[in-house]
Design a protein around this ligand. Structure first.
Ligand code: RB5
Length: 145
């Protein structure tokens, strides 16, 4: 099961992605926001990231205006690897090499068809493990400050 959330800047694209998942019978939980009223994206990013880090959801999708603020907030959580993707190749590599568990997209950046392809790729691509596992461990452990 995956979780999806957005702020006002990502609402329209989140609705597109939810419709796409409905059509594919992909199960997800929608954590909001549900209106165009201005909200603070970190609230939604932290809620989703905490759930993914804690095992409630296997993966997450965050949509704001650019995807950037959502990724910055989500990546503060241990075990979360949130990747902003604007094309399917990046989404594929985010999974295969970086084992990204949160996909971030910008509702003001990518069109609906591209976003659907990005999400599909993110959900299908598998982590390759091997040397990439060592590098991912270093992301968590090799912080010097
Ligand atoms: C909201 O206007 C915008 O700042 C937000 O959606 C996001 O793009 C932040 O990174």
């Amino acid at each position: 099961m995956i979780a999806i959330a957005c702020d006002h800047g990502g609402l329209e694209l989140k609705r597109v992605l939810c419709r796409w998942m409905d059509g594919k019978n992909i199960r997800y939980e929608d954590l909001g926001t549900d209106s165009t009223a201005s909200v603070d994206y970190p609230v939604f990013a932290h809620r989703l990231a905490a759930g993914v880090a804690g095992g409630t959801w296997e993966k997450g999708v965050l949509v704001c205006g650019t995807g950037l603020g959502m990724s910055m907030a989500a990546n503060r959580h241990r075990g979360i690897r949130a990747a902003v993707c604007t094309d399917p190749y990046t989404a594929e590599m985010a999974r295969r090499h970086n084992e990204a568990n949160v996909l971030c997209m910008g509702g003001r950046m990518v069109g609906p068809m591209m976003a659907e392809r990005i999400l599909e790729t993110f959900l299908l691509a598998e982590f390759e493990g091997d040397r990439h596992s060592r590098r991912i461990a270093l992301i968590e452990t090799d912080v010097k400050d």
